[in-house]
Design a protein around this ligand. Structure first.
Ligand code: APR
Length: 169
């Protein structure tokens, strides 16, 4: 089942939340900052085990003080105008996040923010289509897939896009 929730991903009681991280894996602003603040310092300590993470890939850690058991730190592409395989890289970021969840073996519910649509400036309409297409491809592997978007306008875009994609399938 795919759910669209407007709100703060750090509050969700799911097995894993996905973080929109950067390649250094040392925290940042946006949802990355919110997740580190809510999880506490243990998150950064565990992330220091990783040398970094390439764009399009993801690493998994514990969730510490978050309600979620795990955090999957995914590195989405920066938008450079669409000339550097950004679409394919964003899709890969979602697929790799699902792979890390499957590998963990204890994740039946997973929530995603709108990866790359903030500081990384990915166009919202294209990013939403890529996100929901990937979620639909993995829908049967999980009990719950949540698209957790922060603002109402984006939530409306997610709802309209999911309706469109479901009618097309
Ligand atoms: N819960 C859910 N969504 C959130 C939250 C939150 N608490 N805070 C922000 N968002 C939304 C933003 O509104 C945006 O739609 O997450 C989406 C992704 O925005 P960013 O967090 O800016 O992430 P991104 O565009 O992928 O840029 C990543 O920003 O914070 C740094 O370290 C991060 O360098 C990395 C870059």
């Amino acid at each position: 089942m795919i759910e669209i929730i407007q709100g703060d991903i750090t509050t969700l009681h799911v097995d894993a939340i996905v973080n929109a991280a950067n390649g250094a894996l040392r925290g940042g602003g946006g949802v990355d900052g919110a997740i580190h603040r809510a999880a506490g310092p243990g998150l950064l300590q565990e992330l220091k085990r990783f040398p970094g993470c390439p764009t399009g890939d993801a690493v998994i850690t514990r969730g510490y003080n978050l309600p979620a058991k795990h955090v999957i730190h995914a590195v989405g592409p920066i938008w450079y105008g669409g000339t550097r395989m950004e679409d394919q890289l964003l899709a890969k970021t979602y697929h790799k996040s699902f792979l890390r969840a499957t590998e963990s073996g204890d994740i039946r519910s997973i929530a995603f923010p709108a990866i790359s649509t903030g500081a990384y400036r990915f166009p919202k309409r294209e990013a939403t289509m890529i996100a929901l297409t990937a979620m639909l491809e993995h829908e049967k592997e999980f009990d719950r897939i949540v698209a957790c978007v922060f603002d109402e306008e984006l939530a409306a875009l997610y709802r309209g896009t999911l309706d469109f994609l479901r009618r097309r399938l």
